[in-house]
Design a protein around this ligand. Sequence first.
Ligand SMILES: [Zn+2]
Length: 180
Amino acid sequence: MTIMHLPNLIRQISVPVMKPLTEQEIRTAFVNCTKGEAKRLTVPRDLAERCWDDLDFLGWRDPQAPDRAYVVAELSGRPVGIQLRSSGAGSWQLRRSMCSVCLTTHTGGVSLMVAPRSGKAGQQGNSVGIYICSDLACSLYVRGKKDTGIGARLHESLTLEEKTERTVANLASFIAKVSA
Ligand SMILES: [Zn+2]
């Protein structure tokens, strides 16, 4: 993706934001679960009140099944959703680790999650793993709207647009591996 060298004001306006999604759009977006699973999975109830302008993607944990997580991103103008499962507790959770989507470092706040691959590969048990913020709030860490503590994010001389583009690109490449 090329970064246009535009004045800061225009950059701020052009930070890519998500179009608000409805429950129905979310349920039909999933690429790595069955239609039945997509119909039953827990979708956040506060979709209408979300601040979508602050989101590069929508991510949430299932309150009824905390090891399950869901991510919906808008790729090429179309919502694409994936289900993930956290790989369970392990000593790595207590270490400082970096989210591979938003590059935020947390102590105990990054989870290794796995996504079953789409279609036949997934049915055969193939999955792809990713280290991601456990609360899936990457968009808010990138915008400085959520904090993990002092020194958690490396200081970078990138604009917000560049950081959000990188977040979306990292997530898109993971989703591409899941749906390949
Ligand atoms: Zn993150």
